[in-house]
Write a protein that binds this ligand. Structure first.
Ligand code: FPP
Ligand code: MG
Ligand code: MG
Length: 393
């Protein structure tokens, strides 16, 4: 694709849409119970990276000019009938949580209201999974602040996650698109399946597992479910809501799937290579959590002694240090980076037939590790992300 003119950031094309996101999400999460309201909105207060909504918006714009399937009719209607706010203390929050700004069509852009709502739904599901994840992982911090389980306790964190899924489901139902509903409902199941697979490092529950090709297959399947399913299926849903042709829908899906896999592999590398301060969450956490990610699995292929450590989830004294050393001495990190690059190439290839546009450049920008935004996201540099996204350097 033609490079964008110097000084023009392709993400500009969705900057305006992004600026409404936090407000809309907060409206979707309003509860009449003040405490639930606080916990549910907690992770939306310290503004997140909004990678998933950004991808949905970029995909929506990038497919707007691509071939259409005229047989597909959108039945989405702007919200006309408010759902009742939470039944408790209803006067605390009299407005309908679904009467969000995003229901107003913005004349300047070609993003449909349903696609904008989808962007918000992806963030709700993602945030729900983070609330639950931090309980499972006994996290202490997220986005450089105490995690919700620490700030409010496990019980409230879990319930707030469930509340987010409930509100996401209401918003999803209101899209009046059974195929899109099915996709996003499947994502929720996939997240749980992926997290469940991660509870064990290998398919079989063994004390001293042996490395096989299946070790990597299991890991990639887990990674798809936990990290790529939401991105791939929401990219697919964005194309469906835009009445794209079947080929365009498949391309959107392939882009999201390969991007999601690449993101997670890069994340796995970062856990070994960058400090906690830069990450905004503890570094080197995976081994401490007993997790054998890609760099370790590749190191294991060469150092069979790692099998016993994988089997006991690096739980004995010195295991984590030993594993880290063996990874450092192997080409595990290099192999993981190379695999991530393969997925990056596939993602870019997937959308190569889309008509050239700013949004298409934005989709490519999201994935090129050399690009400014991608780097800012990887480093969790919130102020830089905000400056880029808001185009206010
Ligand atoms: C973050 O991973 C976690 C996920 C991407 C998904 C977690 C899924 C669940 C907890 C299942 C329940 C799902 C729902 C929708 C309620 P991480 O721990 O590797 O990353 P982190 O460093 O951000 O904590
Ligand atoms: Mg975690
Ligand atoms: Mg986790």
């Amino acid at each position: 694709p033609a490079p964008s003119p110097i000084g023009v950031d392709p993400l500009r094309s969705v900057a305006k849409e992004m600026s409404f996101l936090t407000g809309n999400i907060q409206q979707l999460l309003g509860s009449g119970h003040p405490m639930l309201d606080t916990v549910a909105k907690y992770y939306t207060q310290s503004e997140g990276k909004y990678v998933r909504p950004m991808l949905v918006l970029l995909m929506s714009r990038a497919t707007a000019l691509a071939p259409k399937d005229s047989r597909r009719v959108s039945r989405y209607q702007s919200v006309d009938e408010p759902i009742s706010p939470s039944s408790v203390l209803s006067d605390v929050n009299p407005s309908s949580p679904l009467m969000a700004e995003s229901d107003q069509t913005s004349p300047e852009t070609d993003v449909l209201p349903s696609q904008r709502r989808l962007a918000e739904i992806t963030e709700l599901i993602h945030t729900a999974s983070l609330l639950h994840d931090d309980v499972i992982d006994h996290s202490l911090s997220r986005r450089s602040a105490p995690s919700a389980n620490i700030a409010f306790g496990n019980k409230m964190a879990v319930l707030a996650g469930d509340f987010l899924l409930g509100r996401a489901s209401v918003a999803l139902a209101r899209l009046r698109d059974p195929e899109v509903t099915e996709l996003l409902a499947t994502v929720i199941a996939n997240l749980v399946e992926g997290e469940f697979m991660q509870l064990k490092n290998t398919a079989k529950d063994e004390k001293n597992p042996v490395w096989t090709e299946e070790t990597v297959t299991y890991y990639l399947q887990k990674t798809y479910l936990k990290s790529a399913s939401l991105i791939s299926k929401s990219c697919r849903a964005a194309a469906l809501l835009g009445q794209s042709s079947p080929e365009v829908v498949e391309a959107a899906y392939a882009y999201g799937k390969n991007l999601g896999l690449a993101f997670q592999l890069v994340d796995d590398v970062l856990d070994y290579t960058i400090s906690g301060e830069e990450l905004g969450k503890p570094g080197g956490a995976d081994l401490e959590l007993g997790l054998a990610t890609a760099p370790l699995l590749f190191a294991w292929r060469e150092n069979k002694e790692l099998g016993a450590l994988v089997g006991r989830k690096f739980a004995e004294d010195g295991d984590v240090l030993k594993a880290r050393e063996l990874v450092a001495r192997s080409d595990g990190l290099e192999q993981t980076r190379a695999l991530a690059q393969e997925y990056v190439d596939k993602a870019i290839q997937a959308i190569s037939s889309f008509p050239d546009s700013e949004a298409k450049d934005g989709l490519i920008d999201m994935i090129e590790p050399s690009k400014r935004l991608r780097k800012a996201i990887l480093l969790n540099d919130l102020s830089l992300i905000k400056r880029i996204v808001r185009n206010n350097p």
